[in-house]
Design a protein around this ligand. Structure first.
Ligand code: HEC
Length: 144
């Protein structure tokens, strides 16, 4: 009797295993590719790294000048060449010239990063300026 029970169990396991190895139906059935369908739409103003140079070339330098006068001149001075009187009296590293020297040599992407996220006493502007305006102000600074 025990032998029969053991045999029945063995047959039962064997058939269960052969069913669970039936992957072919899963491979062939209709399915959704998670990477194709669930990518979130990038936020407005997102620019692929490979497209950055052309975006900087396209944006309006005139708009950038307008943004600069409002947000940057107070520290970097109107002509961007030296710290403003106010900023020269701030403690810590003063704002550098944006027309000559190391800061002026930075790539547009590096400047965009600083304008977006700040650096030491330099404030971040990602909360205040949309990406288009940040690129525009970088284009303006680069055009000086
Ligand atoms: C509150 C004063 C202040 C304002 C306003 C300000 N900056 Fe600055 N900025 C600084 C200071 C200070 C530094 C130097 C940071 C350091 O190197 O420690 C700096 C550095 C920079 C640099 C050079 C960063 C580097 O790579 O070394 C750039 C480019 C720059 N600012 C652009 C801008 C632009 C564009 C704006 C306007 C959107 C702006 N800044 C507004 C104070 C300011």
């Amino acid at each position: 009797m025990i032998k029969y029970v053991a045999l029945l169990l063995a047959v039962g396991f064997a058939s269960a295993c052969s069913q669970s190895l039936d992957f072919e139906r899963m491979r062939q059935q209709k399915r959704t590719d998670p990477y194709a369908s669930s990518m979130r739409t990038p936020p407005r103003g997102t620019v692929a790294v490979s497209d950055r140079a052309s975006v900087v070339a396209d944006v309006s330098v005139v708009r950038g000048r307008h943004v600069y006068d409002i947000y940057c001149a107070v520290c970097h001075s109107e002509d961007a060449s030296a710290p403003s009187v106010m900023a020269a009296n701030m403690p810590g590293t003063p704002p550098p010239s944006l027309t000559t020297g190391e800061a002026a040599q930075r790539s547009a992407a590096e400047m965009f990063e600083v304008v977006s996220h700040g650096k030491n006493r330099m404030p971040a502007y990602d909360w205040a300026l949309p990406a288009e305006d940040r690129w525009a102000v970088v284009a303006y600074v680069k055009s000086r």
